[in-house]
Design a protein around this ligand. Sequence first.
Ligand SMILES: Nc1ncnc2c1ncn2[C@@H]1O[C@H](COP(=O)(O)OP(=O)(O)OP(=O)(O)O)[C@@H](O)[C@H]1O
Length: 285
Amino acid sequence: MLMSAPRTSPDAGLPAAASDVVIDLRRASFGYGERPTVTDATLTVRRGEIVAVVGPNGSGKSTLMKGILGLNERTDGTLTLFGVPGDELRDRARLGYVPQRHTLSTSVRATAEEIVSTGRLPRIGWLGRLRATDRQIVARSLDVVGLADRAATEVSTLSGGQQRRVLIARALAGQPDVLIMDEPTAGVDAANQHVLADVLERLVERGVTMVIVTHELGALERLLTRIVVVDGGRIRFDGTPERYAAQRGAVHHDHDSHHHDDELRPHPSGVTVGPLDVRHDGRRR
Ligand SMILES: Nc1ncnc2c1ncn2[C@@H]1O[C@H](COP(=O)(O)OP(=O)(O)OP(=O)(O)O)[C@@H](O)[C@H]1O
């Protein structure tokens, strides 16, 4: 839990294993029109996990994330969040989201602190007023991303990487239990990627569960507990970083790769496929 006293989860009292599951997808399909973009996705994310989602451009990574967030249509399967059906989750602020390729508008005059304060809105309501505790949480969120000294700086004058960190701080200000980030390192140079990785490491230490869509595994790799490969709208691999590294030759996720059906076979469970038959938890069957 980030920066607050522990909250009681709706599934408190259940055995630890069950209450540890924050996201549970079973054979879920998501899309925007008639045809699903992501099909047959089965994925379980437990408390404290740091999961990277990788795959070629257009393979469905963002669609999968938006599906978990309820931002597109689920046409099949089930989605369970914190032990309740996804569409029945009342406290949406438990899911934090840093959207893709989103930097802050240069035409809006707002300070970093003001932008991060908007992250409190799900907690206080649109007409609510920030109280001292809210301001403290905003200040701590800026501190976590290393921008405490920029609180009063106009965001339009910050670099792209700093703006991404403001957006992460905004998501953190909502005190989410799980943070879904769509390419937080996109457009961030190598030096700043390490700064961002350090920021994420601090979040890991605070016990925040994270699902991170990324093309740049490099700087994040040391933090990850799992890697999920999405290709052609399907989850093609789900396993530990070690197993992913062992399979790297077979499971490409670079921009040029698309389908690898000769190397990656569909699994009836839709969970995991590949030369090594890897279970959901990364262990070999
Ligand atoms: N709002 C939308 N309406 C209709 N189709 C969409 C929408 N957003 C994405 N798509 C389509 O869904 C498919 C998967 O896109 P998605 O953005 O999920 O892929 P991605 O893996 O996140 O790609 P990238 O790495 O380029 O961000 C693409 O064919 C895309 O054109």
